[in-house]
Design a protein around this ligand. Structure first.
Ligand code: ATP
Length: 304
């Protein structure tokens, strides 16, 4: 008998509260993603992105507020359909020992998915003769990604695992994941702070702030933001960077207000304004790309 609740969503989070101690890190989190979605999860450091991804991966018990592929991921019997790639693996001392990559690959489903394995090894440019204690951080990360992706997942949760990849490998991976979602209708949630080269990748953007998903948009909705339309930004990368910068600037300012409300030792607004004031850089960045790609540049601004 199939006990799975029928749902049109691959990922469904309803009114989720979660904390490690007395205080909630996440409060009233709601997120619904249909199969085939590629969702960027953005938010300030320490806001709870990894926590949410780990909950979706079934690594944390919740009160039945989370369904992945129709099941509570913590008790899922189909956990092989959910792949989580986090930062922990590459920093684990065990994978810094003298282990031959080909021996590691043998521990996976490589024979069942031989063609996929071959493709991933090529894509991530991984050498089967590498020994893990002698490779660089980025190479170790590439091995992790190959191992993680050999199994054809239905839901992939990526937590900042692309930071130490070189530009070429990162772009090949991003392209591969887009193809996977388009051809196999798989769902991907990708938490990252780096938007270079992924501007045209997501179908959705979710902004985690103040303990919940404060903003959730399809990429078409983002394209219709007035500031995007008015400024005629048509380069996806600078678009996402500009939008997310604006959100995070507001988050930092709200955080400052909250702190000042709760403390008698008021912090200096100037210091926090400086921290949060990334706009100057954002404008230059925007103008720079605008000038390069616009046929009729209207500004002389350049990145100094
Ligand atoms: N195992 C844990 N025990 C207690 N607190 C934790 C634990 N893991 C994370 N936290 C706290 O939960 C909060 C959210 O952490 P989390 O790692 O989810 O944030 P994040 O948004 O992924 O941050 P970053 O962008 O810096 O990776 C932080 O305040 C962190 O200190």
């Amino acid at each position: 008998m199939n006990n799975k609740a029928e749902s049109e969503y691959a990922i469904e989070v309803k009114n989720l509260n979660f904390g490690y101690g007395n205080e909630n890190i996440l409060e009233n989190v709601n997120l619904s993603l249909k199969p085939g979605s590629r969702c960027l999860l953005v938010g300030a450091n320490g806001i709870g992105k990894s926590t949410l991804l780990r909950i979706l991966a079934g690594k944390r018990l919740t009160k039945n507020n989370v369904k992945v592929l129709g099941e509570d991921p913590f008790n899922s019997i189909n956990s092989q359909d959910i792949t989580y790639l986090g930062t922990e693996w590459a920093t684990n001392p065990i994978v810094r020992r003298d282990i031959l990559v080909s021996d590691l690959i043998k521990t996976t489903n490589k024979d069942k998915y031989a063609e996929r394995c071959e493709k991933l090894l090529k894509l991530m440019n991984v050498n089967l003769n590498w020994r893990l204690h002698k490779v660089s951080d980025g190479e170790r990360r590439r091995v992790q990604i190959v191992l993680g992706l050999i199994n054809p997942f239905k839901v992939l949760l990526l937590d900042e695992v692309t930071v130490d990849l070189d530009v070429l490998v990162r772009s090949s991976l991003i392209k591969f994941l887009k193809e996977e979602s388009e051809t196999r209708n798989v769902t991907i949630v990708y938490a990252t702070h780096i938007f270079d080269g992924i501007g045209d990748w997501p179908t959705h953007v979710a902004h985690l702030a103040e303990k919940h998903i404060k903003e959730f948009y399809t990429i078409d909705e983002v394209m219709n933001f007035p500031e995007v339309k008015n400024q005629k930004i048509h380069i996806f990368n600078s678009l996402l960077l500009t939008i997310v910068e604006k959100w995070l600037r507001e988050d930092y300012q709200n955080e400052l207000k909250r702190r000042n409300e709760n403390t008698e030792n008021k912090e200096s607004l100037t210091k926090w304004d400086e921290l949060a004031n990334m706009k100057k850089y954002g404008d230059k960045y925007y103008n720079y790309w605008y000038n390069i790609y616009d046929e009729n540049p209207k500004s002389d601004a350049r990145i100094n």
